[in-house]
Ligand binder design. Structure first.
Ligand SMILES: Nc1ncnc2c1ncn2[C@@H]1O[C@H](COP(=O)(O)OP(=O)(O)O)[C@@H](O)[C@H]1O
Ligand SMILES: [Mg+2]
Length: 261
């Protein structure tokens, strides 16, 4: 087992607000994490830090054996796949799905900048099939539904064969069937032997795919609890995280939360 993420006493400050407030966390390569917290808890900020997109105000971050701030982030970023609304916003609406996926191998958005090797085309086809978007390969990204875009982003994030995969709210905005079908794809990924270490963000416990092993609960930039999911997913932790009396149940590996009446 090797350590993939070490976040040590990390603070991210903007003006007088602490987006992250002395956060410490470690993730190993055998683990699949979910990060849970209400809106504004600092989840996206933490994902920006562990994808080498943002430097903390203070504290130390090690990613894949490299210290953030000491390594060229352009060397580190291809080793970390990221799917988030910020990344989605950078994909041109008129780019085809195939090009949106494949261009990740070249760390550019927009295929006109490069011509691609056959090996990359083949890998993109495999990943599109895995994310169940191969039938959309020729479609323009801007014409896709929310769920289709999320799937394309996941294929795109896997294009560089990353050692760490970060998904910031992959199930946001999906209808029930869309959510369940995306969760099946995410479960396949989380349970896959050769899958990268992954971190997924959500604020709904119902959206945690099977195969997730660990949970990190965030509130107002601070860690409420972290550890093996079965240990930390308790009514007490969830209630503190969301500031409301909640109960939580597990049904065949999936979670459900509701207010205590
Ligand atoms: N540049 C900024 N300056 C001040 N506050 C910010 C800035 N960026 C984000 N925030 C605030 O920091 C908090 C955490 O944001 P974020 O990490 O996006 O939370 P989450 O993803 O958990 O919803 C939010 O309250 C947000 O409004
Ligand atoms: Mg967010």
């Amino acid at each position: 087992m090797s350590t993939v993420i070490t976040v040590s006493d990390v603070t991210v400050r903007r003006g007088n607000s602490f987006l992250l407030d002395h956060v410490s966390w470690q993730a190993d390569d055998q683990q699949r994490w979910v990060v849970i917290g209400p809106n504004g808890a600092g989840k996206t900020t933490l994902m920006q830090v562990i994808s080498a997109r943002m430097f903390p105000t203070s504290g130390e971050v090690w990613l894949l054996g490299e210290r953030l701030g000491r390594i060229d982030v352009f060397e580190l970023r291809p080793r970390i796949g990221l799917a988030s609304s910020a990344v989605e916003g950078q994909i041109p609406a008129d780019e085809t799905v195939r090009d949106a996926v494949i261009s990740a191998a070249y760390a550019v958005f927009g295929r006109w900048r490069e011509s691609y090797a056959d090996v990359d085309v083949a890998r993109a086809e495999t990943l599109m099939a895995q994310a169940r978007v191969e039938h959309l390969a020729g479609r323009r990204f801007g014409s896709l539904s929310v769920g289709e875009r999320q799937r394309v982003q996941i294929a795109r994030a896997l294009m560089t064969d990353p050692e760490l995969l970060i998904l910031d709210e992959p199930t946001a905005g999906l209808d029930l069937a869309g959510r369940e079908s995306l969760l099946a794809t995410l479960s396949d990924l989380a349970l896959g032997q050769s899958s990268p270490t992954s971190v997924m963000v959500t604020h709904h416990v119902e959206e945690i795919p099977l195969g997730v092993t660990h949970g990190l609960f965030l509130k107002q930039g601070r860690v409420v609890a972290m550890g093996a999911l079965g240990d930390v997913m308790t009514a007490e932790v969830l209630s503190r995280t969301f500031d409301m009396a909640l109960r939580v149940d597990e049904i065949e590996g999936r979670w459900r939360a509701q207010a205590v009446r």
